[in-house]
Write a protein that binds this ligand. Structure first.
Ligand code: G3H
Ligand code: 13P
Ligand code: ZN
Length: 345
């Protein structure tokens, strides 16, 4: 049986992005897989009064179970209401790779989907994205497309210019597909190892300093599609505090490096309306779990290590919303259909 996100009381991303563009901030999109991550995201965003996007990859959907996930999102909505908060959120499919997966998410209550055709040739990317847009828009679900390929650690980001989004492609892609937002590649990548040490310099303490993002490409894209919402994937900072906590409690993350916060602040003030964060959340959780289990080797109650992990993640989320993305305090700007109906009732 299919369910509409409108019955779950959540919103699509359209109004969020409009407000984020006007207010020069970005909506955080936090990936989650389990209960503690969901609680931390919801409580962190309620406390900082930030609109947010709950983001689910296809791997997370398999891990958490698609039916359970729908009820988790519904539960998140009810939890927010029970706290007398007016924070709105979208439920978003991250990196959907087929029409069938996007359709299944629309049918099970997602309010937004990404169709990532960036690995296909342009014609195929346009065709697939347009097919998803046509179906999703019939249900008032927003769609994110992608142009340009995010490099992994295997790729040489500096030399392989073709991985960056080509600004001359964006107008045609946006017009031909009808997408609501566009993910671009300007030098970020997924995971905790965004750059090879050889691509970085070192500061006077020997800490790796990554090459700057390609803001010149972002600016050219903004000029070609003014006011169009841009999405930044691979935008974790790989926060050194968590890498150190992990390494000093039995972990081994050598030369992990991410996107410095000041560059994300700059991006959030631009047409970048959505910033994707998964790895920093994973690092916060892992650091807290490792610390508890190292300091209390006899502990075997999962609540005693997942609880502190949840607290650490909640603090991280409040920090990101307040100090990096500028989304804190913006909750009242997103009215949403559910609240509009409540107010007129
Ligand atoms: O973009 C990738 C996200 O970090 C999701 O990762 O596929 O391991 O859930 P995942
Ligand atoms: P990070 O790995 O930098 O957190 O990026 C997450 C992401 O882009 C999810 O789509
Ligand atoms: Zn991504």
């Amino acid at each position: 049986m299919s369910v509409s996100y409108k019955d779950l009381g959540i919103v699509n991303t359209r109004e969020m992005f409009k407000k984020a563009m006007e207010g020069q901030y970005a909506i955080p999109a936090y990936n989650f897989n389990n209960l503690e991550q969901l609680q931390a995201i919801v409580l962190g965003c309620v406390e900082s009064e930030s609109p947010f996007i709950l983001q689910v990859s296809s791997g997370a959907r398999k891990y958490a179970n698609q039916t359970l996930l729908r009820y988790l999102a519904q539960g998140a909505r009810e939890l927010i209401q029970s706290m007398d908060s007016n924070v709105n959120f979208a439920l978003h499919l991250d990196h959907g790779d087929t029409f069938e997966l996007c359709k299944s998410c629309v049918d099970s209550g997602f309010s937004s989907v990404m169709i990532d055709g960036s690995h296909h040739p342009m014609d195929k990317n346009i065709e697939l994205t347009a097919q998803v847009v046509e179906f999703a828009h019939e249900h008032d679900v927003s769609v994110e497309g992608e142009l340009g390929v995010l490099a992994g650690i295997e790729d040489d980001v500096v030399a392989a210019k073709s991985v960056y989004t080509q600004p001359e492609d964006v107008e045609n892609f946006v017009k031909s597909t009808g997408v609501d937002s566009l993910a671009i590649s300007i030098g970020t990548s997924h995971g905790a190892y965004k750059f090879k040490p050889a691509q970085c310099t070192r500061d006077d303490k020997g800490v790796l300093v990554p090459p700057p993002l390609r803001f010149d490409i972002l600016e050219e894209i903004e000029q070609r599609i003014p006011g169009f919402p841009i999405v930044l994937h691979g935008a974790s900072s790989v926060i050194p505090k968590y890498v150190e906590m992990i390494n000093s409690h039995g972990g081994k993350l050598d030369d992990a490096v991410g996107i410095p916060e000041e560059q994300l602040r700059k991006a959030a003030r631009s047409a970048v309306c959505k910033v994707n964060i998964d790895s920093d959340g994973r690092l916060a959780v892992t650091a807290a779990v490792r610390r508890v289990l190292t300091e209390k080797p006899g502990e075997f109650d999962p609540r005693k290590y997942l609880g502190p992990a949840r607290d650490e993640l909640k603090s991280l989320i409040i920090h990101k919303n307040k100090e990096v993305l500028g989304s804190a305090g913006r909750a009242t700007e997103i009215f949403g259909e559910a609240r509009a109906a409540e107010v007129t009732a």
